[in-house]
Design a protein around this ligand. Sequence first.
Ligand code: SF4
Length: 403
Amino acid sequence: MLPPVPPSKGAPARPASEAGRRSLFPDATDAEWSDWRWHQRHAVRNLAQLEKYVLLTPDERAGVQETSELFRIGISPYYLSLIDRDHPFCPIRMQSIPVRAEARIRPGELADPLGEDKTRPEEAIVHKYPDRVLFLALDTCSVYCRHCTRRRITKGGEAELTKEQMRRGLEYIRRHPEVRDVLISGGDPFLLSEERLEELLAPLHEIPHVEMVRIGTRVPVCLPMRVTDSLARLLRRYAPVYVVTHFNHPKEVTPEAREACERLVDHGVPVENQAVLMRQLNSDARIIRELSHALLRIRVRPYYLHQMDVAQGCEHLRTPISKGMEIIQQLRGHTTGLAVPHLAVDLPGGGGKVTLQPDYVLERGEHETVFRNYKGESYVYPEPEQTDCSCPYDSVWQTRRWG
Ligand code: SF4
């Protein structure tokens, strides 16, 4: 086992959930609080339970009632303990408690905004891009995010895969040698037991053309006690496994979350973050910069900043495209390049991801290109005289590599 992890630079040592835990769950013992299954058993799942802990606004109360048939509620005691009970715009609260607007479906909103069901050759598999597949492992999560794009699955009804569905999913990957990257998602794969997770990771590891596995999870954010040494060791055994997590606000980067992420990294499991841009929650360059800096301090790479998908019931959280561009403009050049995520739009209906960035080119000529830099000053980049970019050694390299 690795030695205990010293706190990262600038990280507060006191558990962020302590005050909330003391007032909301005073009877929870330390052993219970550090047990992820206890949090799953005590998750808040309906209006009556929620009202025991939070003084809801009329909008939230109506939201819980009006969305009850549309999308489930589930908030782990840990995540609930981070809620600001006095402010309806608390980012934890906005991500976990529905408001009335969520019950309204606007024109253009889609049940399957990324067109995944059109490219789902097996129950477990979405095969949209040429060299990678999405493996849908289960339909449950530690917290049901109000901005969830895959709510047609996570609202319930798809359940954990049967052994036969999992076998068919693995068989599909074996039959498709072009698949070199498998993203396991759902739902949240870290809610699977380690035995079940290993039933998936071990055979994937055996498939020669699968070069890497990614796991999409919100557990480090919403249920960090689930990231045990034993889970981290399991992932390390099947390297390369990348964890793709989902912090949206610096308030979520707590000492508990740090411990979870650093445990993964210390075991050799890289962690990347995909944030979603949400109106009035994190739609400000200052917040995204603070989030990126907080993530880098705990060794998580800010990877994507997603424009909100056109999922049903999410209109009230969507930002104009221009807001994301403005945020990137305010980060690029003003802070470390690693702290600037890619701004991505997943095109509605299944067009795939495109990335956006402010246009820095002022003039494009045959002999030179004129740019503006992050301060708005212009600079000239001279084009080279030689423009043949073929790589003569490549045919040799390819023969040696495969031959
Ligand atoms: S954890 Fe992911 S899949 Fe689950 S509700 Fe949140 S966004 Fe959706």
